[in-house]
Design a protein around this ligand. Sequence first.
Ligand code: ADP
Ligand code: MG
Length: 493
Amino acid sequence: MNKDIYNSYSDDLSQDGAKEVWEKCVEIIKDNVNWRTFQTWFEPIQAAALQNNILTLQVPSQFFYEWLEEHYVELLGKTIKRVLGREGRLEYRIVMDGGNAQRNKTSVKMPGGTRPQNNHSNYVDMPLKWDDPNNIKTPYAIPGLKRMQVDPQLNSNYTFDNYVEGDCNRVARSAGMHVAQKPGATSFNPLVVFGGVGWGKTHLVQAIGNEVRRLHPNKTVLYVSAEKFINQFIDHSKNNEINDFINFYQLIDVLILDDIHLFIPAAKTQDVFFAIFNHLHQSGKQIILTSDTPPKDLDGMQERLLSRFRWGLNADIQPPEFDTRKDILEMKMRQEGLEMPDEVVKYVAYNVQSNVRELEGAMIALFAQATLNKKEIDIDLAKRVMKNFVKTSSRELTIEAIQKMVCEYFNLPYDRLLIKTRKREVVQARQITMYLAKKFTKSSLKNIGEHFGGFDHTTVIHSCQTVENLMDTDTDYKESVLELQQKVQLASI
Ligand code: ADP
Ligand code: MG
């Protein structure tokens, strides 16, 4: 790399120069982190300026800066030196995405720079009026105690120890641990965890709550589902106790609110939550939220709330991938003292893809069947149980099933398809069946050939090729194949 090229930018403030330098850095960073990390932590960075070998990067929030400093300081340091030479340095400019015109630019030198100050001056705060906590009617207060104590509503079975880490949840899990160690004192505030049903949001946020209780026994933690929150709010409104309601929530050190997408139709609840949120955030209390929709797509949620959600970290959880599903199954089995052969674990993990709850359900159903029938768990039992229990994946389709679908489609008697003949309609149906069998089953080419009265694998290859070629040139033919393909796909779910 020719460092002189970049040094020649030293004296100008040119954004173009900064961009060009950052692009070079990005190339290096891409080679050193996985794509998910790259997307989450590097793609949102913009090059802002370049002056005297100092590259200023614009990052979207304070947490970003902290996270980068904590996790990628070394990589960034090395990268910048490779691109700008030994004198190369980085600075950060934090541009808060304030929604309501809240912009806050702060330059931070790295490493060891002072933390940027947030200026949340546009808080709309609710007055906190109360004298004695025991006089407040609160949803979760334990009565009769001198100091107000709150039942945290946590399930002690949800811990970090039994929350399996995988690519699907690494960022969220790691941010969660960070928050549990220093609730309210990191910039992951709020921590918004979002992802599909059964992907582990509740488990994770409860684990954070339990961990806070373990590490900081004096902190008041409360877990509440959005549904419960809405109902409590309605009850308190009826009895003119809204102030009590608000005051109670403002006393919590770590508030975990699960499934906030349920707030969407509840405009008044959003108002009251806005007040509580502001108070807690301003007092350095931790807020943890979950949603089954990415915050940016929460249509119907007030913009002022959405903009506050962006102050912290929005961490997504993805559906667990095969390895994580297998790890989760193994962990659950260990926990329950259950055993089954490795191939069955793999079979279940492979086929139950939608979410972790179904994975657990499949495992329980399997053990229940084995106990009921006094049978060992083997792959046959797994196949039978899973057939009733979950949608098996397309890879479970048999060649026979596809043959029958093709015959039905072309009105061809099944046994005709299995005869070695050169009759056009049979050849065509056979080729398409082979093509679909290759696409939708795990069968070898040899095995596919054998299912048609003993063709060898080269015939199967040739057939697939022919189908592909014809699809490219003949639209009617293509349409038929696609229609069939759709039927096969539908049959597999
Ligand atoms: P969500 O709230 O996203 O709908 P949950 O947190 O309720 O999902 O998870 C569903 C079930 O799956 C729970 O029993 C939970 O313990 C389990 N689970 C989810 N993710 C994991 C994981 N990574 N490790 C262990 N168990 C998990
Ligand atoms: Mg949940």
